[in-house]
Design a protein around this ligand. Structure first.
Ligand SMILES: Nc1nc2c(c(=O)[nH]1)N[C@H]1C(S)=C(S)[C@@H](COP(=O)(O)O)O[C@H]1N2
Ligand SMILES: [Mo]
Length: 199
């Protein structure tokens, strides 16, 4: 009789490894918001890219939804230690949004309705690493989870995935956003357990 050992004890994530250090699995989908849920109807929604002085790109809901979309299945890792594997989303890749933005600026800060912000190196939102998602699990994204649309950057802790996202500002230097200003790590790689700024 064959004895098959998979050689590890944790559940495999979509990234092919066990859970990041210090994380536990959950199957529900907790809601974590620093403030009240803003109610943004699609006819008011817009997403802009600016370089700190000029808006270089602008989409309203209609033009945004005419862009090519992707279905992505990714793992989520929250800094409060829950991880949820194999979540399924529909969204527009940041590669599409940035396709004809020519810039030397290497950083970005994302802005949300309700004033949340979070910073990311521009290279971390390119090459199939980040999306603006508008569907979760086959249905319109619920307001609590960031609907009508949220940023999704699954390779970093989930606070980087700004809900109710409305724009990104390109910057020459990295600049801390909401949680980063309150002591969370400037980058936030779950595999390096970069939870707080002293780690
Ligand atoms: N605009 C906004 N985006 C946000 C937050 C927030 O408070 N406001 N919380 C962040 C944090 S800390 C986490 S863990 C995730 C939670 O996403 P969820 O509520 O869909 O689980 O959203 C992130 N994006
Ligand atoms: Mo979080």
């Amino acid at each position: 009789m064959a004895i098959i050992s998979r050689g590890f004890s944790g559940r495999r994530s979509a990234a092919g490894a066990e859970l990041p250090p210090g994380q536990y699995l959950t199957t529900d989908f907790p809601v974590l918001s620093a403030g009240p849920t803003p109610r943004i109807s699609p006819d008011r929604w817009e997403f802009t890219i600016d370089d700190g002085s000029n808006v270089v790109k602008r989409w309203d809901w209609k033009s945004f939804r005419e862009l090519p979309t992707e279905t992505i299945t990714v793992d989520l890792h929250c800094v409060t230690r829950w991880s949820k594997l194999g979540t399924s989303w529909e969204g527009v890749s940041l590669d599409v949004l940035l396709a004809d933005v020519k810039t030397d600026l290497a950083y970005a800060i994302f802005r949300s309705y309700g004033d949340y912000t979070t910073n990311l190196p521009l290279k971390d939102v390119m090459n199939k690493q980040a999306w603006i998602a508008f569907e979760y699990d086959g249905a319109d994204l619920a307001p609590e989870h960031g609907g009508p649309a949220r940023l999704l950057v699954p390779h970093l802790y989930l606070w980087k995935s700004a809900k109710w996202v409305k724009g990104m500002t390109l910057l020459p230097h990295d600049k801390p956003g909401f949680w980063e200003n309150l002591g969370y790590h400037i980058y936030g790689d779950p595999w390096q357990e970069q939870r707080y700024s002293d780690e």
